[in-house]
Write a protein that binds this ligand. Structure first.
Ligand code: OGA
Ligand code: NI
Length: 200
């Protein structure tokens, strides 16, 4: 699997349809829902990981970080694909990407994520954001991408589809998740240019 690097360069984002099969996505969802059942889940914290104030006015969703990629074949494969993407993007943009972090995100009905940038001013290490959608959202839950040169101008509205991937430059593209009407499942990955931890 590869990204449309030209589109990523020219507009700051790219979309790839039907990258993963329904069966693949269902297996991943089953596995990640088990993690959820094991209470390895917590409310998504915006800002510092250790900051206990979860700002619900910005984001309403649940997340869990993916640590055990070898747990099922599908996650192993996804990890390989993400490593491949990291290599391609590194070479094309001459970015010094070092690693990636991924989280499973569940937006309940009524969930949302207000307009934001993924690259944080205090921690400017996220370079590329990549989202794999694990189910279809027929209404609500659209990802709105804003123009890289005008953050007030909507550039594209993407209705999540099972197996679809979207990637965008974390430092440039403002985006938001509109209020969710069907439960919304995804894996977000950030490719980073730093070596060590803090998961923010
Ligand atoms: C994020 C994000 C968008 C989406 O996790 O930072 O903006 O479509 N996700 O899930
Ligand atoms: Ni984001």
């Amino acid at each position: 699997m590869t990204l449309d690097l030209k589109a990523l360069e020219n507009q700051g984002w790219c979309v790839a349809e039907q990258v993963y099969s329904d069966e693949f996505c269902s297996q991943v969802v089953t596995h990640l829902n088990e993690l959820l059942a094991q209470a390895e889940f917590h409310s998504a914290a915006v800002g510092k990981k250790l900051d206990k104030t979860v700002d619900k006015s910005i984001r309403k969703s649940e997340i869990c970080w993916i640590d055990h990629w070898q747990a099922i074949d599908e996650l192993s494969l996804l990890k390989r694909d993400l490593e491949h993407i990291m290599d391609e993007v590194k070479n094309y943009f001459l970015l010094s990407l070092k690693r990636f972090e991924s989280q499973f995100a569940v937006y309940p009905i009524g969930g949302y994520y207000k307009k934001h940038l993924d690259q944080l001013r205090k921690s400017p290490h996220r370079q590329l954001s990549h989202i794999l959608y694990l189910n279809d959202c027929n209404e609500g839950g659209e990802l709105v991408l804003y123009d890289r040169n005008n953050k007030l101008k909507i550039a594209q509205v993407i209705r999540p589809k099972k197996g679809q991937c979207v990637a965008f430059l974390s430092a440039q593209i403002y985006h938001e998740v509109l209020p969710v009407k069907d439960k919304r499942l995804s894996i977000t990955t950030w490719f980073r240019d730093d070596e060590i931890c803090p998961l923010v």
